[in-house]
Design a protein around this ligand. Structure first.
Ligand SMILES: C[S@@+](CC[C@H](N)C(=O)[O-])C[C@H]1O[C@@H](n2cnc3c(N)ncnc32)[C@H](O)[C@@H]1O
Length: 209
């Protein structure tokens, strides 16, 4: 089955651009340093967030199910070391428990094909995060979706409050439900998505949230 963003990856050398996502930039205010952190970027696309973390000294595992995305990523960041690019479907791999300081799921979860898959992937990434570590989640939610620019794509939509509930035992440093207005370079159709954006910190053993 074609992946939802492959048409864009095929036509544009850098569909998502080179600047990190807003929440990834915001995370730098909460993290004193990225040096030697273990970062997992799930649904990394062309690697704008993975490269941002790696350039600051993190060791990054960047995973995407799209070979086209990874082709563009390798071409976009030829000189950034500390990134291991992996072609995999998140639903088919096992994440190590308590292995990552930061896990990014930036635009990934709404690409899954059922709510139960979203719940399982969120549980997996929470389990894979070390105590005191961060999850950064951006996902379309159920409030309002204009999908004219994405023909054939049927995203899985949870309510913003459902995402917040999934992180109810974590500390939420950022939690918003706002509109994203965007126009993709391959078709030029302006459109709007309602987006859940979360930065969540896993309780540390000493200081539960
Ligand atoms: C909205 S894009 C975001 C890309 C990147 N994170 C960014 O912010 O620029 C979502 C990405 O998730 C990938 N993806 C979708 N389903 C996936 C799955 N089951 N496993 C791994 N990656 C997946 C897509 O190929 C796509 O590159």
């Amino acid at each position: 089955m074609p992946l939802p963003y492959d048409a864009g990856y095929a036509l544009c050398p850098c569909f998502w651009g080179r600047r990190p996502g807003r929440l990834v930039s915001e995370l730098t205010r909460l993290l004193p340093s990225w040096q030697d952190l273990s970062v997992l970027d799930l649904g990394c696309g062309e690697g704008k967030n993975a490269a941002f973390a790696a350039k600051r000294g993190a060791n990054v595992l960047a995973i995407d199910a799209s070979r086209l995305a990874l082709r563009n990523a390798v071409a976009a960041w030829p000189r950034v070391s500390n990134i291991h690019w992996q072609h995999a479907d998140i639903r088919e791999i096992e994440l190590l428990p308590n292995a990552y300081d930061v896990i990014l799921a930036y635009g990934l979860l709404h690409c899954l094909t059922s709510e139960s898959q979203v719940l399982r992937v969120v549980a997996d990434i929470q389990h894979a995060t070390i105590a005191g570590g961060f999850n950064v989640v951006c996902a379309f939610n159920s409030r309002h979706q204009d999908l004219r620019a994405h023909p054939g794509f049927v995203p899985t939509l949870l309510a913003h409050d459902d995402y917040v509930r999934l992180y109810s035992t974590w500390a939420l440093d950022h939690s918003t439900d706002t509109d994203l207005n965007e126009t993709h370079p391959h078709n030029g159709i302006p459109h709007t998505h309602s987006m859940t954006r979360l930065i969540a910190r896993k309780p540390s053993h000493d200081h539960p949230a």
